[in-house]
Design a protein around this ligand. Structure first.
Ligand SMILES: O=P(O)(O)OC[C@H]1O[C@H](O[C@H]2O[C@H](CO)[C@@H](O)[C@H](O)[C@H]2O)[C@H](O)[C@@H](O)[C@@H]1O
Length: 285
């Protein structure tokens, strides 16, 4: 644990009612599997989050998944106050209500062109396109050589993104074509600022009271595993520069090393994340 991370953890323990705890879904709360539709949260993840909820200011999941899919696969419905920001922050799920924008026209264009483009690039037949309505994720995990297949597609996916006005989001054996302008850092920051102000586009619950000693947020933690989570780490760094303690947790894997280099603490995948939260919970209860 870095010294800054230890400070962040201390601040959560000292002022839990003002703390914001954010999480990625795949690879952090849910073990990675070959088929995206078969992913489910670690069996203890939802229970641990439910037990944490009454102790902390906010629990928020910030994911590349559609928000409703993360809620379903995570078993998160019913966790008090939990908010899910889906599609890198474009969608929001809270208390059973989903808010989502219309996808930009470039998504339909990319959807129409993608099959022919993948074929022309010689993508292996195991290449799989996950259609998330707001975005298209091209997966190569099931290919015999997933890294080779992914590299082969990088150029043509970038060109398609350029033509359709979309952004490329690289991840664990996946290249996503998604609307630009939002990322997990912006989503996390906007969520916290809205809570701090007690207002948002939609009626927002008032900013949770801190315990009377810390401000809001008293501390911010984010746990992630993949490249898309680096923007959330950036947000933690920015909060720190403003005097808000933070903790960057890395759900470690051999597939991605970029997060480990910037994390305060590295744990062993979703099992390690849940164990870390159990330990935090014990120190709060
Ligand atoms: O932001 P996240 O919650 O981490 O979501 C990022 C993407 O995760 C999913 O793909 C990853 O998980 C799959 C299931 O374990 C795995 O098969 C795939 O190789 C991974 O890249 C998901 O399918 C995407 O839609 C998410 O955007």
């Amino acid at each position: 644990m870095t010294a800054d991370g230890a400070d962040g953890l201390d601040a959560i323990r000292t002022h839990p009612a003002g703390a914001v705890l954010g999480f990625d879904f795949d690879g952090t709360l849910a073990p990675i599997v070959d088929d995206p539709a078969a992913a489910r949260a670690h069996p203890r993840a939802a229970g641990t989050l439910a037990r944490l909820a009454p102790h902390v200011g906010c629990l928020v999941i910030v994911t590349g998944r559609p928000a409703a899919v993360a809620v379903e696969y995570g078993g998160f419905d019913g966790i008090d106050g939990l908010v899910v920001l889906g599609q890198y922050g474009l969608e929001r799920w809270e208390s059973g209500t989903l808010t989502e924008p219309e996808p930009p026209p470039g998504v339909a264009e990319a959807r129409a062109k993608l099959p022919e483009i993948l074929k022309a690039a010689g993508a292996p037949p195991e290449t799989f396109v996950e259609d998330k309505r707001q975005a298209l994720a091209v997966h190569t995990r099931r290919c015999a050589e997933p890294e080779v297949a992914l590299e082969r597609l990088r150029g043509i996916i970038a060109a398609l993104a350029e033509r359709t006005g979309l952004a490329v989001e690289p991840g664990r054996f996946v290249l996503e074509l998604r609307p630009p302008g939002m990322d997990k850092g912006k989503a996390l920051r906007a969520f916290i600022e809205a809570r701090r102000a007690g207002t948002a586009g939609a009626p927002e619950p008032s900013a949770p009271a801190s315990d009377g000693r810390g401000g809001f947020p008293s501390a911010v933690l984010f746990a992630g595993d993949d490249l898309g989570d680096l923007a959330a780490y950036d947000a933690i760094d920015a909060f720190r520069s403003e005097g808000v303690p933070g903790v960057k947790v890395c759900s470690g894997s051999s597939e991605v090393t970029a997060l480990a280099e910037r994390a305060d603490v590295i744990v062993d995948g979703p099992e390690g994340v849940v164990a870390f939260l159990d330990m935090l919970l014990e120190s709060l209860a």
